[in-house]
Design a binder for this molecule. Sequence first.
Ligand code: URA
Length: 459
Amino acid sequence: MTGPDPRDDAAPTAGWRAVDLIAAKRDGAELDEGALAWLIDGYVAADGPVSDAQMAAFLMAGLCRGFSDAEAAALTRVLVASGDVVDTGGLPAPVVDKHSTGGVGDSTTLLVAPLVAAAGATLVKLSGRGLGHTGGTLDKLEAVPGLRTDLEPDELHGIAARVGCAVAAQSPRLVPADAALYALRDVTATVPDPALIAASVMSKKLAGGAPTLVLDVKAGRGAFLPTPDAARDLAGRCARIGHAAGRQVAALVTAMDQPLGTAVGNALEVGECARLLAAPPRGRLAAVALELASHLVAAGRQADAERPDAVAIAAVRDELARRWAEGEASERLRALIAAQGGDPAVVDDPDGVLPHAPVRRAVPAPRAGTVRAVDARAVGELVARLGAGRAAKGEAIDPAVGLRLHVEVGSAVAAGEPLAQVHAREDAAADAAAAALLACVEIGEEPVEAAPLVHAVVG
Ligand code: URA
């Protein structure tokens, strides 16, 4: 190594060179916080000493050699320090936050936020937009006419205090280094590293300011991590980073092999959530939302930092199911939408308020049998191609397009029975999506057992 040893605390930062740190990582060294801070700050700063090529090489070296827990925690602190931290002081306790690692038909935030608010907690959530095959909460909310997500910090605070929940776009001042790194990871095949994902997720959660966090770490075909074991490893890393920062963290490893809800597409998902909140919880999307909310509320109410036990969580689950069935969560969703400038009538009349796609196409089952799989990733990709998602950041999307699934794994279908209904802007797009949907749904002879919705809880 030609420069100073990056692992030597006494090494003068001015003497560091990116090439030496890349080589150290390539050769399996563990870098300390000083070295990581020098690299990240040197990459993010305008005209800094670390180029795109060098940061990409460093990330790939780390992905191949692995990052330790200490490196992931240090990286998280460096990312948080690159921007502002949200002030949640003065909000009614407990203040909680949730995060999903990204899925298809996963609109749990639209259910969890009003539900935890109905139970007296305050949820302040900074969300992202959909990218690739996964959807984003901001895109879904913005399908509601008039609704704004570009809230100033004071506005966010005020709405959260009044309504019990607020969901806003992440400000460019919040963890800007993560935004820069994520954009580079996205185009250099360095997203699926558990330490990099953990640092990215946890930096945003720590900067979000909530003391109690629940993470929904997805596992399966439609997730970043294909297996429950890999997702459990990520969940553990996130929890350890959060605990070291003094936060209460539970991470649920949940299934993302098939779309979670029956709707995929922005307005369609808002409509599904409004309809779900109008009746007692039912179906997989409601079950996962109820589980996430139960962990959040139970942990938030726990005075000490201990994880609530199963009995406490079960009691909260019963309470939340009752509040849901009695319309309290629906009422909070109405208040949240109104406070953020949207038309609250959407909660009672989603079809009358949300934008519609002009072309609807039923997709009939080609044969009778049992649905053995619905490929979440392929469904997410076909819905993105319809216009509901974007291939690159900043692209415009169509809030109205998407599809409604009429089947899930385990459903028995007759030949010709509709598997789904595609909502498209044009006939040609509807035809292409219908053909693609057929390839996503596997129909077989044998009955199939549905996989568990929650694989593990890591706390
Ligand atoms: N979600 C994030 O916020 N960051 C990642 O790196 C992956 C998923």
